[in-house]
Ligand binder design. Structure first.
Ligand code: IVH
Length: 705
């Protein structure tokens, strides 16, 4: 796909582009989920990951009918892919084709009649029932006994969630009645009622756990638990409406079979009806639509199915959907309410997300009191102001959105909203970065508080102790989170005072759950071992934005000692200073990195973090100077033009090995300019400043061959 589409604002996407984007995003997010959860090797930052998910969500909100079966928005809080065994579906679990208007229903009826060659007077019965907004499951019964149950998966192969399905009371362990076929796969929808969903979220809040965005996510997350005890504690339900592999059918029509399901002990939807005309179908649709809010569970449309099973067989399938069925979708649900305020949530990467606080309103049977506003550009574009009357929408499983403002009702004096420039959690500055490649401002405003912002602290601490930073054995993600929760490690310096504080504490580490005398001692020793650390690891561990290992090493080499580095970063806050110019003249340092460094050191909180580390006795080691006796040691060198005997990267690395500093531009501080063929303005400037200019050969000779 062209780059243009992946970068296009959601509102400018055509339907075709949106569909392709959703496909791309589903694959990309699934890939990163795998990298993060299974392989534990994330390839992109949490921020970039959030951007992918938000884009997916925004496109789905605009095109609810394009929401994919494998949409990332459907897989929140569940076990990673591959955690369950696979179950091949002997009869594929297909999807339904969608209709959106009365005309689509008429066309369906006509198509079916024509395909079957029916005459005008011939009776055609079509069943109608709600389309339940949950997740489908296939339950295999052998000799009436429930033996294996699976999710839909990709339709051909699902996940084995048998034990979890057994905990659902609507799913009988044994079918009731006589003449039960030897083999029968009952299919239907696992869902959660509104009341149970609300109660579950209330429990989640109490337990300090994340809440589910909607009943469908809650049902999916609950069914895909590795521990079936957790599933058992989540009140899931099941409606039976279809079947897969069967040795015999207990009837000739859809309504007969569904009727039998009820006799066998299943719940079938009480609204299920058999209609005799297209008018009946549409009347049924309208009737259920009007009752939708009072049903007590989410539905997103009506499903019509040809009643006679022999006719279903004749009609067969087109691509992945039966020709004998249609899902008539409800439009996205909207409601009008008042915007009481805008709250700011701070994510673990420091991203500030504005959330609309709404006067509670029922949208599609769910009380909505919050809606995402995405980011400040979105607020500006829609001109959303506090006090406004707004239209909110729930579309499928998407978090409620503010669609637009009812301008006629805008209160006098309502002013344009501006996102705070200070983080509401920790008070640090929150800034929007300029993207280096495009020169555009990032849509996300981020807190610069880093290590001291509680919203980000755990994530940052985890980074601080990670393998390429302090690499403290026995202090992993889990331990960091637990110590943070108990107030024992709130910032990096606390790691190094842990032993001292533990000695004075009544609740000793060795007595804590999961610890013992030996493991506590080991941890203290591992911490001690890192009290002296290479400066580049130290800088990397601070988690400054854009400072990965390479940049950390670059800075370490350029500034030598930690004190000098800090001092220079403070001075560089003044854009007119030599320190700033020098920072930018380092080959590899651009404006984005420079800004990130300056912002970081300008925050008092971050300075405290550094002071605490120093106080706790953490000492940094300068990077070894490899060859201090060379003629170019300490000199600032700039390369320009095309080099013939080595690549630019090689030249740079060799110069650095010899103790030279390689800069990107010529200034009064430059000692040597190495000019290859076709050198341009740098050469002119160097000549004007009277700087030594060497040819490539001369340089190689000076550098010792
Ligand atoms: S019939 C061959 N009936 O909709 C298709 N599906 O888009 C058999 N669904 O994956 C499905 N309520 O999860 C059928 N009353 C209903 C349904 C229903 C919800 C879901 C189901 C399926 C999806 C198809």
């Amino acid at each position: 796909m062209s780059k243009a589409v992946t970068d296009k604002p959601v509102d400018d996407l055509s339907k075709k582009e949106a569909s392709a984007e959703l496909e791309r995003l589903a694959a990309e997010i699934a890939h990163h989920d795998l990298a993060y959860h299974q392989n534990d090797e994330p390839e992109i930052s949490d921020g970039d990951y959030d951007v992918l998910r938000l884009r997916n969500e925004a496109i789905e909100a605009r095109f609810p009918d394009l929401v994919r079966e494998d949409s990332p928005s459907k897989s929140v809080g569940a076990a990673p892919a591959g955690a369950f065994g696979k179950v091949p579906h002997k009869v594929a679990m297909l999807s339904l084709s969608n209709g959106f208007s009365d005309e689509d229903v008429v066309e369906f009826w006509t198509r079916v009649s024509r395909f079957l060659g029916l005459k005008e007077d011939d009776a055609l019965e079509i069943t109608a029932e709600p389309k339940i907004d949950g997740l489908s499951a296939s339950l295999r019964y052998e000799d009436g006994k429930f033996v294996i149950g699976a999710t839909r998966g990709d339709g051909r192969e699902g996940e084995n969630v048998t034990e979890n399905l057994r905990t659902i009371k609507d799913i009988p362990a044994m079918l009731k009645g006589k003449n039960i076929p030897d083999v029968f796969e009952v299919r239907g929808e696992v869902y959660m009622s509104h009341a149970d969903f609300a109660a579950l979220n209330a429990r989640q809040v109490e337990a300090g756990k994340p809440v589910f965005a909607n009943p469908r996510n809650a049902a999916a997350g609950s069914l895909r638990q590795l521990d079936s005890k957790i599933t058992a504690s989540r009140p899931l339900r099941f409606f039976a409406y279809a079947w897969g592999d069967v040795s015999a059918l207990p009837g000739d029509t859809q309504s007969d079979v569904v009727g039998t399901f009820a006799k066998w002990g299943f719940q079938v939807n009480p609204l299920f009806r058999t209609c005799k005309s297209v008018e009946d179908l549409i009347a049924f649709y309208r009737d259920v639509e009007s009752k939708r809010a009072d049903l007590g569970y989410d539905i997103d449309g009506i499903v019509y199915k040809v009643n006679r099973l022999d006719w279903q067989s004749r009609l067969g399938f087109v691509s992945r959907s039966p020709r004998w069925a249609l899902a008539h979708k409800f439009p996205a649900e909207q409601a009008v309410t008042e915007l009481l305020g805008i709250d700011i949530q701070v994510g673990r990467t420091g991203a500030l997300t504005p959330v609309a606080r709404l006067k509670p309103v029922t949208v599609g049977g769910v009380v909505v009191s919050n809606a995402t506003l995405h980011n400040e550009d979105e607020i500006t574009r829609k001109d959303i102001r506090i006090g406004d009357t707004v239209i909110v929408q729930r579309a499928g499983d998407v978090i409620p959105q503010v669609v637009s403002v009812v301008l006629d009702k805008r209160p006098k004096g309502a002013t344009a909203y501006k996102l705070p420039e200070l983080c509401p959690v920790c008070g640090s500055h929150a800034v929007r970065e300029i993207k280096e490649k495009t020169g555009e401002m990032d849509v996300v405003r981020r807190c610069t508080g880093g290590l001291v912002c509680p919203a980000q602290a755990v994530e940052r601490l985890r980074h601080f102790v990670s393998r390429n930073a302090f690499d403290i054995e026995g202090l992993g993600e889990k331990q960091i989170a637990a110590f943070y929760a108990d107030g024992l490690i709130m910032q990096p310096g606390d790691i190094f005072t842990l032993e001292k504080r533990d000695a004075l504490s009544l609740k000793k580490l060795k007595d804590r759950e999961g610890w013992g005398g030996t493991s506590a001692k080991k941890l203290f020793a591992a911490i001690d071992e890192r009290r002296t650390i290479d400066i580049d690891r130290f800088i990397f561990g601070l988690g400054i934005r854009h400072v990965g290992e390479t940049n950390a090493r670059l800075l370490a080499r350029s500034y030598g000692t930690l004190d000098h580095f800090i001092e220079e970063m403070e001075k560089a806050a003044d854009a007119e200073s030599d320190a700033y110019r020098e920072l930018l003249s380092i080959d590899g340092v651009g404006e984005v990195l420079a800004e990130a460094l300056i912002d970081f050191f300008a925050e008092q909180h971050n300075r405290e973090v550094l002071d605490n580390l120093a106080e706790a006795g953490v000492v940094t080691l300068e990077l070894p100077r490899q060859e201090t006796t060379s003629k170019v040691t300490g000199k600032t060198v700039v390369f320009t033009g095309s080099l013939e005997r080595m690549t630019r990267a090689e030249a740079k690395s060799r110069a650095e090995q010899l103790g030279a500093k390689v800069a990107g531009s010529v200034s009064a501080k430059t000692d040597i300019l190495v000019a290859g063929a076709d050198a341009g303005s740098k050469l002119t400037k160097a000549a004007a400043l009277g700087i030594t200019v060497l040819s490539e050969d001369e340089w190689i000779e000076l550098a010792g061959g």
